[in-house]
Design a protein around this ligand. Structure first.
Ligand SMILES: [Zn+2]
Length: 315
């Protein structure tokens, strides 16, 4: 029986997560990037980075989990990102919401084989971006449903990630608290680095997330490690809870500090790929600065996790 995530962090100081699933599986041909936008919403297989791979190509998902295990991951995230019913509906998979979430957890659990914890991933619904704050009630319903599915599927803890609006994150935390599980909450900063999409500084985000019950707070996705450090340091100064960080492996720019707003997204990402060395540097700094949970997000395959592992595991 593994210790829970909070105990592990307390004992080891820092715990190594895994990498990004959807972009890597898109490169391997198992996930739809939605770059052929005219097809979106017209039927199966026309989603935008939705996680139906958990039922359509379970072996491909299992293989990537095993690669992260081999690289040193101490946590596997079930691929349930964008797994809320409304988002899946856009890809024609809303009727499979239960089975996609359940399969994703089952596949991660089998790959972990008792050697790693399994986290459920809960992300933004995209409705705040599409419809604004008026969608809040529906958003709560969708996030509550996914929280229940992941809890029933037996995840060890939840990672709430890639939220652009603090208001939506706080709804997600409210739903997630019901599970009674440990909670990691990480915002993504787009289009600016100094505030969330709804205008809250990284320090405010950190304080509000911690006050809403997150056991760890931090940032994920959109920026390469070096650029994300500024956000993390601002959060560090604002809260006492441990930090979590899962940067992207794509280089953003001073003008556009978020890779999904660069013209290279999604079909030319290879041209802005960051090196694994940037992740070993980040691992060293994160450990020195007391970050409790480190992994990778979009663009990170097992090589990046191995680079992180070289700095943070085993001493
Ligand atoms: Zn990402």
């Amino acid at each position: 029986m593994q210790a829970d995530i909070l105990t592990l962090i307390k004992e080891r100081g820092i715990v190594l997560g895994d990498g990004g699933y959807l972009i890597e599986l898109e490169r391997r041909g198992y996930v739809d990037s939605g770059s052929k936008r005219e097809k979106v919403g017209t039927g199966r297989g026309s989603g935008q980075f939705t996680p139906e791979v958990a039922i359509e190509h379970p072996d491909a998902l299992r293989q990537l989990h095993l690669e992260f295990m081999r690289a040193g991951s101490q946590v596997l995230q079930a691929l349930t990102f964008f797994g809320t019913r409304e988002k899946l509906k856009r890809a024609g998979y809303d009727a499979d919401t239960e089975v996609i979430n359940q399969n994703a957890v089952r596949i991660a659990r089998a790959a972990a084989a008792g050697e790693a914890l399994v986290a459920g991933s809960i992300s933004r619904t995209q409705l705040f971006e599409r419809e604004g704050r008026g969608a809040a009630t529906f958003v709560r319903e969708l996030l509550a449903e996914q929280t229940r599915l992941l809890t029933e599927a037996g995840v060890d803890f939840l990672i709430l990630e890639t939220f652009f609006h603090l208001e939506e994150m706080l709804i997600a935390l409210e739903c997630a608290r019901e599970s009674g599980l440990p909670l990691i909450a990480t915002m993504s900063f787009r289009p600016r680095l100094d505030q969330s999409s709804d205008g809250h500084s990284p320090a405010e985000c950190a304080r509000e997330m911690a006050a809403a019950g997150a056991h760890l707070v931090g940032a994920n996705c959109e920026q390469e490690p070096k650029r994300m450090l500024a956000v993390l340091r601002e959060m560090r100064a604002a809260v006492d809870v441990p930090l979590a960080a899962q940067p992207a492996a794509f280089r953003s720019t001073d003008e556009t500090p978020c890779f999904t707003r660069l013209p290279q997204f999604p079909d030319e990402l290879e041209t802005i790929q960051a090196s694994r060395e940037e992740f070993s540097d980040f691992g060293r700094i994160a450990k020195a600065e007391g970050v409790g949970y480190v992994g990778g997000c979009c663009g990170c395959n097992a090589a990046y996790i191995r680079a992180l592992a070289s700095m943070i595991v085993g001493d």
